[in-house]
Design a binder for this molecule. Structure first.
Ligand code: BTN
Length: 177
């Protein structure tokens, strides 16, 4: 693989995450964290680009956000990192690494196993880190914060299903399998 091709893949993935941020946030009222679509882009980055390029594409997205309002709702990176959702986006950064680690532990190619690994890394890890940080940020107890985050599980699970299906379809073409 040429480095030019890798750079294009990283740039395209960062662009895709920006585009997914155009979907307006869905506020929930009882928790200061909206439902967003950008975390599906993070799952796709992990599945399609692997640990190194996947992490780089998320980093490029964060760097773009230093200058442009690329996060859902038109926020910048500094605003998000100073707010209640900082834990989730910090979690986004480790999704490609966690997924790659899990794939080494369970190197089975069945769709259900792939989905389970995407769910663990892209949904469970992110939502738990996000909930822990949210509890710290709002001075709330950890358990209620974790429980309130259950609201994200159905939607995030659907995103993980879609990302896994796209991954199964395109990973070979990208040259990861
Ligand atoms: C931001 O401030 O733009 C980041 C929002 C993070 C929202 C998290 S990601 C995991 C969970 N699923 C959602 O749909 N929303 C939260």
């Amino acid at each position: 693989m040429t480095s030019t091709k890798s750079l294009i893949q990283i740039a395209l993935m960062a662009t895709l995450i920006v585009i997914l941020g155009l979907m307006p946030p869905l506020p929930l009222g009882f928790i200061p964290v909206p439902i967003v679509l950008q975390n599906m882009g993070v799952m796709l980055a992990a599945i399609l680009l692997g640990p190194k390029k996947g992490t780089l594409s998320i980093l490029v997205f964060f760097i773009l956000g230093l200058f442009l309002p690329v996060f859902t709702g038109g926020n910048t990176t500094l605003v998000v990192f100073a707010g209640p959702t900082a834990g989730y986006v910090m979690g986004w950064l480790i999704v490609p690494l966690v997924l790659a680690g899990l794939r080494r532990l369970l190197p089975f190619d069945q769709p259900l196993v792939s989905f389970a690994l995407v769910w663990l890394s892209g949904v469970l890890v992110v939502d738990v880190i996000g909930a822990i940080y949210l509890a710290h940020y709002t001075h709330a107890a950890l358990l209620p914060s974790l429980l309130s985050n259950l609201v994200f599980i159905p939607g995030d699970t659907i995103k993980a299903v879609i990302a896994t299906m796209i991954g199964i379809r395109y990973r070979k073409q990208i040259g990861l399998d």
